[in-house]
Design a protein around this ligand. Structure first.
Ligand SMILES: Nc1ncnc2c1ncn2[C@@H]1O[C@H](COP(=O)(O)OP(=O)(O)O)[C@@H](O)[C@H]1O
Ligand SMILES: O=C(O)C1=C[C@@H](OP(=O)(O)O)[C@@H](O)[C@H](O)C1
Ligand SMILES: [Mg+2]
Length: 168
């Protein structure tokens, strides 16, 4: 699961894993278990250090037979991009309006800038998200359970690309 912060990767990923009866890994949770709260890591060690430990957890997670929710910025790492190339990747998207109600103060890159900072972050990453995604789901106006069910069904049926839109 890849996508912007607040798109629902962690929530949906957990449900998808339950539906598929495989383990769920949230790389941010693993970072927290080993290193403490993410906001604290950013504050005391800086983003570069965070990206380094994130890369280690992502590399570990992508070798497991599991549903994996990445942090929103994990896809920026070139090694991670290569490894994602051979896996089924679900991209979750969300509108700025919808995310405004979702982003709390646990995300250090957004805490100070709010939705405007989020929009800048996502604009800079959009092409990377889209290039890496096998298929995408928008969570702005739909319940997470319905999206998780669709993703699980997609995996079960072979995790192919988006069906071609039929021409009118
Ligand atoms: N489809 C949805 N509808 C409403 N709220 C959602 C939806 N998806 C996620 N949320 C809420 O948004 C917040 C961020 O979700 P989370 O799964 O942590 O996102 P991510 O891991 O992509 O940053 C959570 O509070 C979650 O309950
Ligand atoms: O987009 C980002 O750079 C980040 C997203 C967060 O994860 P979520 O996308 O799960 O919120 C977390 O990894 C960290 O705060 C940095
Ligand atoms: Mg998350």
């Amino acid at each position: 699961m890849i996508g912007a912060p607040g798109a629902g990767k962690s929530r949906a990923g957990k449900r998808v894993a339950r539906l598929l009866k495989v383990p769920f890994v949230d790389t941010d949770r693993r970072i927290v278990l080993r290193h403490g709260p993410i906001a604290q890591v950013f504050a005391t060690r800086g983003e570069e250090y965070f990206r380094m430990i994130e890369r280690i957890e992502v590399a570990r997670a992508l070798k497991e037979r599991a549903v994996v929710a990445l942090g929103g910025g994990a896809v920026l790492d070139p090694e991670t991009q290569i490894e994602l190339g051979s896996l089924p990747i679900a991209l979750l998207t969300v509108s700025a309006e919808a995310v405004a109600d979702r982003i709390g103060d646990k995300r250090p890159l957004l805490r100070d800038g709010g939705v405007e900072a989020w929009e800048k972050l996502v604009a800079a990453r959009r092409s990377t998200y889209e290039r890496l995604a096998t298929r995408s789901w928008d969570s702005s106006t739909r319940p997470i359970d319905a999206i998780a069910q669709e993703i699980a069904d997609w995996v079960t049926s072979g995790a192919g690309p988006e069906p071609e839109q039929e021409l009118p």
